[in-house]
Design a binder for this molecule. Sequence first.
Ligand code: NAD
Length: 262
Amino acid sequence: KSARFSGRVALLTGAAGNIGLACAHRLARSGAAIALLDMNAQALQAAEKAVAAHGVKARSYMCDVTDIAAVRDTVAAVVAEFGAIDFLFNNAGYQGAFAPVQDYPEDDFARVMDINVRGAFHVLRTVSQHMVARKFGRIVNTASMAGVQGPPNMAAYGASKFAIIGLTEVASKDLAPYNIRVNAISPAFMGPGMMWDRQVELQAKVGSQYFSTDPKEVAKQMIGSVPMRRYGSIEEIPGVVEFLLGEDSSYMTGVNLPIAGG
Ligand code: NAD
């Protein structure tokens, strides 16, 4: 059993979701103690149990990242329970609606920005205060290829993920003096799962010039745009996150790594 991260503590947000949980499993297998943050109580409980089965300490925390007071309380509780936070996987996110910008629902735009940008900032700000004091930290933010090249019909999501890549670059500079590295990952089409099904279905429903109105065709069109001609598996993400948290990437900060099949 590899124990490259034994003695390390990782905090993951969106930890009850597909990508967060897959990464929690990976880091637990590498020996890290795991703090799981999410706002889905039921999924969180199951996630904590599953991660603890690796024989590491695992605790779950119900927290809405849009609520700064809740984030402060949660981070304080994690530090009290685990003694420190070495790794942050800042990953909670929401895909939002699908509509052309002129019709994009205003309240959903606000919600996407609130979760994906303000929420990520709340967690980054709060955890990095702790890391600055310790002069150690490794942070990975979850962006998206939608933050590299804006996809049609995703005004809020695209804007929010461009913001995350910007935030990653700024934070990498602000935190470099404190031995804290901040990088991002950008998954593209990952499947199977809710996000894949949802985007295929909703892009079809919009009926824009970019995609067919038949979800099956949309899936083909999306995969046809990927050089590797397949969607990515969720399991192709945790190794990249582990690389960015670990010392194999010791001279990398402010970088956004696409996980996108080319
Ligand atoms: P998911 O829906 O399975 O997981 C997201 C998790 O975030 C959920 O458990 C949800 O409860 C949690 N969450 C949402 N809002 C929250 C809030 N306000 N406070 C706390 N927790 C909250 O989706 P996923 O695919 O695992 O997505 C994880 C990250 O990856 C997101 O940032 C998403 O934008 C990004 N991403 C996903 C894909 C993909 O295709 N799956 C591609 C690119 C980027």
